[in-house]
Design a binder for this molecule. Structure first.
Ligand code: ZN
Length: 336
């Protein structure tokens, strides 16, 4: 066996979604002139297998070992760390998945220690909104920011918060549930049990529910956020107006975050990436009406820029970048 190349460091990233899982392998060249140079060598993804976590954990280990072996055949290298970006609720301190909504059997899964043991490197687990916030902050649309809000804007709405250059998790690692701030008193019912949450209006699921009500009178209207964006792009007046209304709801939620946190960057995920300026322009107009100019002066509201790479980059950020951030106190499973 050839000796490992001491100038390279490898990372395994696991992007654990509700419907699919991706494992990626990354390589950092330590004496590269660009210090941030880390390259994705390969990745594998599959729809989450039924029957609970066991078959998925086994497959993650098998695929990760396969990726490492293939990389080693080219240049032998050491695995520095494993990062897992997952939908919550989870405990980043112990590396445990507490549960995954809509997936049976995923309760109290010690994923960090399992992967650390089977892959022989420290493994850490982070909430996906937090992981995406760190990834966009270090590699994407948040570069150069000191206080950043990342909003997922997907089926649901969650936030990852970078405050003064640190990831903010909160006392029980539950910070960032920005989708559940009430923006309409006694408004639409939300999956969390409350009424009038931001998520019930401006998430993909919330938009679909608002459309469902309107479609009772006119079935020719779009039925999903994706359809709204597609039709707005070709000038459909209903869809443009629907996006403007969605932007106003989104602004109501962002106003609270802006007044409380004074961010210099707000990075918006999926739906905002798809809709672009069709959503962002009315959103900035609403913010202009609702927020003091002094708070808007240094603030940029932008779509996420990592695109399809975001999930894999988020997992990489958990492995590679979180341990180096100031104030990060997570236990590194496998190094205890
Ligand atoms: Zn809610």
């Amino acid at each position: 066996m050839r000796a490992s190349d001491p100038r390279t460091r490898r990372y395994i990233g696991v992007d654990l979604g509700g419907t699919k899982i991706a494992v990626s392998i990354w390589e950092e060249v330590l004496d590269h002139p660009d210090k941030a140079s880390v390259e994705k060598l390969d990745s594998v993804r599959w729809p989450t297998l039924g029957d609970g976590p066991a078959p998925n954990l086994e497959k993650i280990v098998k695929e990760a070992r396969g990726l490492l072996e293939r990389a080693d055949r080219r240049v032998p290298g050491d695995l520095a760390a494993v990062g897992i970006s997952g939908g919550g609720p989870l405990d980043p301190v112990t590396g445990t998945i507490l549960s995954i909504p809509n997936l049976t059997g995923w309760v109290d899964v010690p994923m960090g220690s399992y992967l650390a043991e089977h892959l022989g490197a420290p493994a850490r687990l982070e909430n996906d909104a937090n992981a995406c916030a760190v990834a966009e902050w270090l590699y994407g649309a948040g570069r150069g920011s000191s206080t950043l809000v990342f909003l997922t804007c997907s089926t649901g709405i969650g936030a990852g918060l970078i405050l003064d250059g640190r990831l903010h998790r909160g006392s029980a690692s539950l910070a960032g549930e920005a989708g559940h701030q009430v923006i309409v008193p006694d408004g639409l019912a939300c999956g969390c049990g409350n009424r009038g949450c931001l998520e019930a209006y401006a998430s993909g699921a919330g938009m679909a529910r608002r459309l469902e009500v309107l479609r009772k009178r006119d079935t020719s209207l779009p039925s999903t956020a994706r359809e709204v964006v597609e039709r707005a792009r070709v000038g459909d007046s209903f869809s443009l107006e629907f996006l403007r209304e969605t932007a106003e709801y989104l602004a109501r939620g962002l106003v609270n975050l802006i007044f409380v946190l004074n961010p210099d960057r707000i990075v918006l995920g999926t739906i905002a990436v798809g809709a672009g300026e069709l959503l962002l322009r009315p959103l900035r107009e609403s913010l202009g009406r609702l927020v003091w100019p002094s708070l808007l002066e240094g603030l940029r509201v932008v779509p996420a820029s990592l695109g399809e790479e975001l999930g894999d980059r988020a997992a990489l950020a958990v492995a590679r970048d979180l341990p180096a951030l100031p104030g990060d106190t997570c236990t590194e499973s496998g190094q205890r």
